[in-house]
Design a protein around this ligand. Structure first.
Ligand code: DHB
Length: 388
């Protein structure tokens, strides 16, 4: 925890308030990109950094008549670090945009800085519904858990699943997934036998999986953040839950394209819902995946797409404002409509959140590799967590 004296806080406040004027003069426009490059969430950082580099390799480093400079900082997914780095980027580096944010607590910790300094903040990864309400300067290019979950609950109820147990990571996005699965599934006539949670840091899945085995639901619904899927899947198989006839259904975070191909046969047939699959069969996605794999020697996942589209939103807005920052830049981000590698995307002008198609997918082996193969599409899904 960082403790600032009152005088230091006032100094920060004055410096933050003066920012928009300083920003207008330079011929360089800076993006402060804060990502977990180390620690448990490092795959998120690696994916988004690669996508940001790909965007700039393909579209150049000029937007709105200025040179776009990306300053990458590693917060190791520690919220106090994110907040300190964001302050430094705004006050010292005079960034026009804050971007990245691998997990919800890091985005939440930075929201007050975006508000106070009037700096647009592009959330490329974190996915708790409430994030966009934490500051009027936040725009999101990732997804929300309610958005990704409701369609899967419907699918489950319509496909013979009557009794379910949920298992989620014990923090914001997990609470969203748990709540929206529960309410939709019960509305559709399903019954929840239990709701289980595992810690965000260093989870051990053995005790909860034993509990699921004993409860013997028709299906286990799971949300875990990117990076935990492979370990979970391994333990699911080792404990014989697949053989015991308990179906696994999940948000696409679990069958993450970053790890999916190494998960082996236990992943085959798992049904998930999500906004992005590397197997999405559009021309735009085929080009994106080919270019990404050529540059990086690994497959892009949904985090990469959040980063790539975040850069698009920033570049388009800079072109519209001729490089101006602050409120004008934020306004130019609102209402953008474009074709992403994931499919059509709208940045809702009212909520600043993303509206997108959600796909129901099944893990299949195609040409020797595991993929999330989409078989149903829910069109233009807004975040069900927004009341207005
Ligand atoms: C969040 C992080 C993830 O890695 C993910 O897959 C979904 C949500 C989050 O912290 O918001």
């Amino acid at each position: 925890m960082i403790h600032l004296h009152r005088r230091q806080l006032l100094t920060w406040g004055a410096a933050l308030a003066a920012m928009p004027y300083a920003k207008a003069q330079s011929d360089t426009v800076k993006i402060g990109l804060i990502l977990p490059m180390t620690g448990q969430q490092a795959s998120t950082g690696r994916q988004i950094e690669a996508a940001v580099k790909l965007w700039q390799a393909q579209h150049g480093t000029k937007a709105g008549g200025k040179t776009v400079e990306v300053i990458l900082k590693d917060d190791a997914a520690v919220p106090d670090t994110t907040r300190r780095l964001a302050q430094e980027l705004v006050v010292n580096d005079k960034v026009a945009v804050l971007a990245g944010f691998g997990i919800t607590p890091c985005a939440m910790a930075t929201a007050p800085i975006a508000t106070q300094s009037k700096t647009p903040m592009v959330v490329m990864a974190a996915a708790t519904s409430a994030i966009t309400q934490a500051s009027p300067f936040i725009v999101r290019t990732s997804f929300t858990l309610p958005q990704a979950t409701v369609g899967l609950a419907d699918w489950a109820a319509k496909n013979g699943i009557k009794k379910a147990v949920s298992l989620v990571a014990d923090y914001g996005p997990g609470f969203d997934a748990e709540k929206y699965f529960d309410s939709q599934f019960r509305l559709d006539g399903g019954q929840m036998l239990d709701k289980l949670r595992t810690p965000l840091r260093s989870p051990d899945f053995a005790p909860v999986l034993q509990k699921v085995r004993d409860l013997h639901p028709d299906a286990l619904f799971v949300f875990l953040p990117s990076g935990q899927g492979a370990q979970f899947m391994k333990q699911f198989g080792e404990r014989g839950l697949d053989k015991a006839g308990i179906r696994l259904i999940a948000t696409g975070d679990v069958t993450d394209d970053d790890q999916l191909n190494d998960m082996g046969d236990v992943a085959l047939g798992v049904i998930t819902s999500h906004h992005y699959s590397a197997a999405h069969p559009s021309a735009a996605n085929k080009q994106f995946v080919a270019a990404f794999e050529k540059a990086n020697k690994f497959r892009p996942n949904f985090m990469a797409v959040g980063g790539y589209d975040g850069m698009r939103v920033i570049y388009t807005a800079l072109n519209a404002t001729k490089g101006k920052g602050g409120q004008a830049l934020l306004d130019a981000m609102k209402g953008q409509l474009f074709e992403s590698p994931r499919g059509p995307v709208l940045i809702d002008a009212q909520t600043r959140d993303i509206v997108q198609d959600i796909y129901i997918r099944k893990v299949e082996r195609v040409n020797g590799q595991l993929w999330n193969v989409e078989f149903d599409t829910l069109k233009a899904v807004k975040d069900p967590g927004k009341t207005k």
